[in-house]
Design a protein around this ligand. Sequence first.
Ligand SMILES: [Zn+2]
Ligand SMILES: [Zn+2]
Length: 138
Amino acid sequence: MANDAVWPCPKCQTNMSPGPSVLLRNWHCPACAFDWVSGEALAAFLPTVKAFEKLRSAAASGELPTRMLQCPTCRTRPMRLVRIGGIVIDVCRKCVGVALDPGELNAFKAHGQRRPYAVAADDVITGLDAILHLLTLF
Ligand SMILES: [Zn+2]
Ligand SMILES: [Zn+2]
């Protein structure tokens, strides 16, 4: 997937623009303020394959309901709600991309400040906590 791809917002279909993060490629909707991280970008960034697979299995399970959002990358819909650290995000059931409601990035940042992680300790950062940590880096 090319980095300069133009992807439609999962909620309102407006073309998104690249987000400000230099650590992880993300896209931002100028119309409704949704943020998007592709599954490919997540997989490349996460410290362990296990962390990515855990998010994938959470998205595939039926623990929480789905929401009528369309994945910008693979056009799958609806997306699965997944709870991470008390915050609920939308995850694509096919490619594991993550959609964030307006304001959720700030919620993750606040959470990350309460529970700092040692980035160097890769073996400590596993599972969904790794996703949470990574989302605080936006
Ligand atoms: Zn939008
Ligand atoms: Zn997808």
